[in-house]
Design a protein. Structure first.
Length: 128
């Protein structure tokens, strides 16, 4: 799903123009980013927690060459889903598991004519 899809969905549900809805969605995202940068943490009940964490400098490995390379320290955004999101994802997973475990009906056997022996052509030089 893209931001455009989100805008379209909200606009349809609330019967709002897409231009106005796009502005609201963008301002919401901008506010989230600004708050995260200023405060380092955003907690949205039943959704999850965005948090800035510091990754220390380390020595990594180039997967192509195997060569050791220094990786600088950096800040990264992490997300921990809330209880409601976790529960809904688990429910989705459970439904998929149940569907794949359900017995499948085998297709009815089709009556086949007996196979006829395949005659091979003699290669040049072979007696026949």
């Amino acid at each position: 799903m893209t931001k455009k899809d989100i805008v379209r969905t909200i606009a349809e549900q609330l019967d709002l123009p897409q231009l106005r809805t796009r502005e609201l969605v963008q301002r919401t995202f901008d506010a989230l980013i600004e708050t995260l940068v200023q405060e380092g943490r955003i907690e949205l009940r039943n959704f999850g927690v965005f948090q800035i964490k510091r990754r220390e400098a380390r020595v990594g490995r180039n997967p192509r060459t195997g060569q050791r390379v220094p990786v600088q320290a950096k800040s990264v955004v992490t997300f921990k889903p809330g209880k409601e999101m976790e529960a809904r994802v688990r429910e989705m997973d459970r439904r998929r598991t149940d569907e794949s475990a359900s017995p499948r009906v085998a297709p009815e056997s089709l009556e086949h004519e007996p196979e006829q022996p395949v005659q091979q052509e003699a290669k040049p030089g072979e007696g026949g």
